[in-house]
Write a protein that binds this ligand. Structure first.
Ligand code: NCD
Ligand code: ZN
Ligand code: ZN
Length: 347
């Protein structure tokens, strides 16, 4: 049997939601992760330092007793974000980044940005104080095909923002295309990208071939196979600018299995075994720790976690739970659609 020991991982893109859902999904992350960057797209969104402080308190209050977990908070960038409020929240260590959602691009993004010129003073303040900008990188122009929206965003929105704001640190969240990978590689400094677990497993056929499978529907939507392979190469390669952000995004099953289903894959429960499988298949188990535990921390200027997580390879495929029960309905756990031979070792 093979065992590997990693520094405890970080998840640099996580949706914990609130209330009953928060309580249900939080232990699924804290089991294997010591820190996560918490997405602010609640309803209403987390837009001020005060909102972030209150949300952080609700997360800490929902932790199972005796569990160590450090939520790294973000603010939802709107056209009325206050540069002084964000600046003091960042300097105090209350927030770690701001999140840019183009208005209407994804789940709960109605308060996002339409006029990118309106956020220029905020972006300049962020560059000045070193606060990173995390972006959901898709245009919302209805004339752009959904499979092209990430590539077009880089050209029309992201590159102009970066050119006009020297020194701004940017993370392209949940990249899904080889254009995303290439853009990160083409830049010298100040740009990184997170990659999700599910985009390393699925391409668009998983969603659409042989029946429509709502539990594989997320945004940005999975692209064709060549893009999945480019993501695998980036994640398992040596470039430290690619790191894990699961984008684990729980929705109740009845809201996904609907005529107009919600976007998001819930991967918190089985992410680490699934990633071990990917890195093993790519002959890159030695790169797994960088991807899950070191590269992101380095980008955010933090020391790695101190504890360890052990993964073991099994002879038989591992059976994972199919769903997480909550008092308000169940949440289907991401199915990788292939056998997995890794699990977290419980000593
Ligand atoms: C996320 C969600 O459900 O909040 N959904 C998703 O498909 N990824 C939002 C997001 O990260 O874009
Ligand atoms: Zn997103
Ligand atoms: Zn997300």
């Amino acid at each position: 049997m093979t065992k590997i020991t990693l520094t405890r991982p970080d998840d640099w893109h996580l949706h914990l939601r609130d209330g009953v859902m928060l309580k249900a999904v939080l232990p699924e992350t804290t089991r294997d992760f010591d820190r996560a960057l918490i997405m602010p797209n609640l309803v209403p969104p987390v837009v001020s330092a005060k909102d972030a402080a209150l949300y952080k308190r609700r997360i800490l209050d929902a932790l199972p007793s005796g569990t160590f977990f450090e939520p790294k908070m973000t603010l939802y960038l709107t056209e009325s974000t206050n540069a002084d409020d964000l600046s003091s929240a960042y300097k105090e260590g209350l927030i770690t980044a701001l999140k840019l959602y183009p208005a209407g691009a994804t789940t709960n993004s109605a308060s996002g940005v339409t006029n990118f010129d309106a956020i220029r003073p905020v972006l300049e303040k962020m560059a000045e104080i070193g606060c990173p900008l995390c972006v959901h990188g898709e245009v919302t122009d209805p004339s752009v095909d959904i499979f092209d929206r990430e590539a077009v965003f880089i050209e029309r929105v992201l590159d102009p923002i970066r050119q006009k704001t020297p020194g701004l640190k940017v993370v392209m969240e949940h990249i899904t295309t080889k254009e995303g990978v290439e853009y990160v590689k083409s830049v010298d400094a100040g740009l990184a990208a997170t990659i999700t677990t599910h985009h390393l497993f699925i391409n668009r056929n998983h969603i659409l071939a042989g029946g429509i499978r709502p539990h594989y529907y997320c945004l940005p939507v999975a692209k064709r196979e060549s893009h999945r392979l480019a993501l695998r190469e980036a994640a398992t390669g040596a470039d430290p600018r690619f790191f894990l952000g699961t984008d684990s995004a729980p929705h109740f099953d009845h809201l996904k299995e609907a005529a107009c289903g919600c976007a998001g894959c819930f991967t918190a429960t089985n992410t680490m075994p699934l990633l071990a499988q990917v890195f093993d298949e790519e002959g890159a188990l030695d790169k797994l720790e960088g991807f899950t535990s070191l590269n992101g921390a380095a980008f955010y200027g933090l020391a790695p976690n101190t504890g360890t997580l052990v993964l073991e390879k099994t002879n038989q495929p591992v059976k994972f739970p199919e769903a997480l029960a909550t008092p308000e309905g169940q949440v289907t756990i991401f199915d990788p659609a292939q056998p997995i031979f890794w699990r977290v070792f419980q000593s």
